[in-house]
Design a protein. Structure first.
Ligand SMILES: [Zn+2]
Length: 299
C-alpha cells in the first residue's frame, strides 16, 4: 500500500511538468492563433471585437466591429431558435472568427494569398478547415445576405449533430441560399416568398433544355458549383429546398428534415435515401416541383 502510494507520488512528480506545459499551451495557443489571424488580415486599419460566439475583425467597413458583431449574434441566435430542434442543434465548440474587408481588392488579395487561385464572382467564403468566414462587406443588403449564407454553412458544419459532416452540395448550398433570402423578425428567421427572378431564370433554363434533372442535381459535385453553369446549380438547389420546405402546404417538410438528419450522420448518404424518405420517385417529385413553380412541362 505504501509502495503504491510512493509510485503514485513519483508519477505525479514526473508528470507535473507535462501538465504545466499543457496548461501553458492552453492559455498561450489561442493568443498565438489570434496574433497570427491579425497578422494575416493586416494590422493597418484593423478593428476587433469579441462577442459571445464570434471574434470580429473589420477593415475599412462602414460599420463598427461591435455593431457587426451584433448582426452576427442576432442571426446566430435566430437560427438556433428557428431550426434548433429540427436540425439537432448542439452548439459551437469554439469562438468563430469572421473577417470583413471593406475593399474588394484586399479581399481578393487575401483569398489569392491563401489559396493561390482567384475567387470568381463570390464575395465571401467559409473555410471548413479552420471554421473562418471571410467577406467583402459593402453595407448593401446583399452583404447581409452573404453573411447569412456563409454563417449557415458554418452552423451546419460546426453546430449540428456532427462536426464537419459530408454534406451533399445541393443541400448545403441550397439551404444556405434559401436562408440568405430570409429575414429576422422577433428573433426568428422568417422565410421570404420564393424569389421570382430566380424562378424565372430556372424556367428559362427549362425551356432552353438547360434544366438539371433533380436526380442529377442531387448527385452534383463541388466542380458543378464552381463551373460556368454554377448559377444553375445554386438556383435550382435553392428552389428545391424551398419546395421541400413549403410546397403543398409543407407536406414534404418533415421527411426533408429526417433526410437532413441522415446527412448529418457520419458515413455516406446516397441520394436514393432522399427519394425513399419522401416516398416519391425522382421523376414524380420533379413533376411536382415544376408544377409548384408553374413551369410548363416540355413534351
Ligand atoms: Zn455557399
Amino acid at each position: 500500500m505504501l509502495k503504491a502510494k510512493l509510485y503514485l507520488t513519483k508519477a505525479a512528480i514526473i508528470l507535473l511538468p507535462f501538465f504545466g506545459i499543457l496548461l501553458l499551451l492552453h492559455f498561450t495557443l489561442p493568443k498565438v492563433a489570434r496574433e497570427y489571424s491579425r497578422e494575416k488580415f493586416g494590422q493597418i486599419d484593423l478593428s476587433e471585437h469579441e462577442s459571445k460566439h464570434f471574434r470580429i475583425y473589420t477593415k475599412q467597413i462602414p460599420l463598427s466591429a461591435e455593431k457587426i458583431g451584433l448582426v452576427a449574434e442576432e442571426f446566430f441566435l435566430a437560427f438556433q431558435k428557428t431550426y434548433g430542434k429540427q436540425l439537432n442543434y448542439q452548439g459551437l465548440r469554439n469562438i468563430i472568427e469572421i473577417f470583413f474587408f471593406g475593399k474588394r481588392e484586399e479581399f481578393d488579395n487575401y483569398y489569392e494569398n491563401r489559396f493561390h487561385k482567384e475567387l470568381p464572382n463570390n464575395a465571401a467564403y467559409y473555410n471548413p478547415v479552420n471554421g473562418k468566414i471571410v467577406l467583402y462587406w459593402t453595407n448593401l443588403p446583399q452583404s447581409k445576405q452573404t453573411l447569412y449564407h456563409e454563417m449557415t454553412h458554418m452552423i451546419w458544419d460546426q453546430a449540428l449533430g456532427a462536426y464537419n459532416p459530408a454534406w451533399s452540395f445541393w443541400l448545403n448550398e441550397g439551404f444556405a441560399t434559401y436562408i440568405e433570402q430570409c429575414s429576422i423578425q422577433n428573433g426568428e428567421i422568417v422565410p421570404a416568398e420564393f424569389n421570382i427572378e430566380i424562378r424565372d431564370l430556372i424556367k428559362k433554363a427549362y425551356e432552353d433544355r438547360n434544366f438539371i434533372p433533380l436526380e442529377e442535381l442531387c448527385r452534383s459535385s463541388h466542380e458543378d458549383f464552381q463551373g460556368e453553369r454554377n448559377y444553375l446549380y445554386y438556383y435550382e438547389s435553392y428552389l428545391f429546398v424551398f419546395f421541400l420546405l413549403h410546397a403543398e402546404e409543407g407536406k414534404y417538410e418533415k421527411s426533408f428534415y429526417s433526410y437532413i438528419e441522415k446527412e448529418i450522420t457520419p458515413g455516406s448518404c446516397p441520394p436514393h435515401l432522399l427519394w425513399a424518405e419522401l416516398g416519391k420517385s425522382p421523376s414524380e417529385l420533379e413533376n411536382a416541383f415544376l408544377r409548384f413553380f408553374q413551369i410548363d412541362m416540355l413534351r
